[in-house]
Design a protein around this ligand. Sequence first.
Ligand SMILES: Nc1nc2c(ncn2[C@@H]2O[C@H](COP(=O)(O)OP(=O)(O)O)[C@@H](O)[C@H]2O)c(=O)[nH]1
Ligand SMILES: [Mg+2]
Length: 233
Amino acid sequence: MKLSVVIPAYNEEENIENTIMKIYEILSTRQIPHEFVIIDDASTDSTPKILENLKRSYPVRTFRNEKNMKLGYTLRRGFKEAEGDVVFYTDCDLPCLPSVIPYALEIMTTYNAHIVFAYRLDRTGEGFLRSLYSRIYNFIIRILFGLRVRDVNFACKLIRKEVLENVNLSSNGSFIDAELLIKAKRKGYSILQFGTDYFPRLRGKSTLAGVGIILKIFKEMLKCRISMWLGKE
Ligand SMILES: Nc1nc2c(ncn2[C@@H]2O[C@H](COP(=O)(O)OP(=O)(O)O)[C@@H](O)[C@H]2O)c(=O)[nH]1
Ligand SMILES: [Mg+2]
């Protein structure tokens, strides 16, 4: 079984190398065949240059969006490019320990699950406001879509490629995580969650909590809900 590690990157010159190195270390030690698929969302810092260098030492394939397309579009591109049987998706600032990857793989094979993903056991590092927003968001997703999960947006998800090929994703923004889980569940795929520790970003800026990003989530969420009500999905 080959694993594709898909990571979206936007101006991550301070994190990208460290993240790839740490994940590579554990996957090669455990002899898990893998590749990295890094989608650079039109970074304006030295991320592309660093990625070119990393290709010499690690199994990295990179793709670059012509212009900044945001998280959902970028992830969908990464999912399409992934050549593995299973995809692990995380963030450039590595919010979880890399050791959760073999752990999640173990859960996936033991329980024959289609998606295995983590929720944060302790969100202190996220800050009070972010943590509150995130709880409200999880609640709204539960009410609107009947999806009972603890931490929709936590970027630590292991997904069988088969699911990505059969679920039709269309979000360009950060609604993508919810869209994936909602549509996968509707198609009857099994999803399993496990708790893990959360490691907040130490370097670089968090860019996904702005008003524009949140408005886009709501717009795409309503679009998805309405098209499901209309039977289009
Ligand atoms: N595709 C894309 N990814 C982004 C953008 N902004 C941030 N990211 C990536 O999304 C991931 C999470 O970003 P981060 O700022 O840490 O968000 P947070 O963890 O929600 O605060 C990282 O891998 C970023 O590089 C963007 O405009 N487009
Ligand atoms: Mg982050």
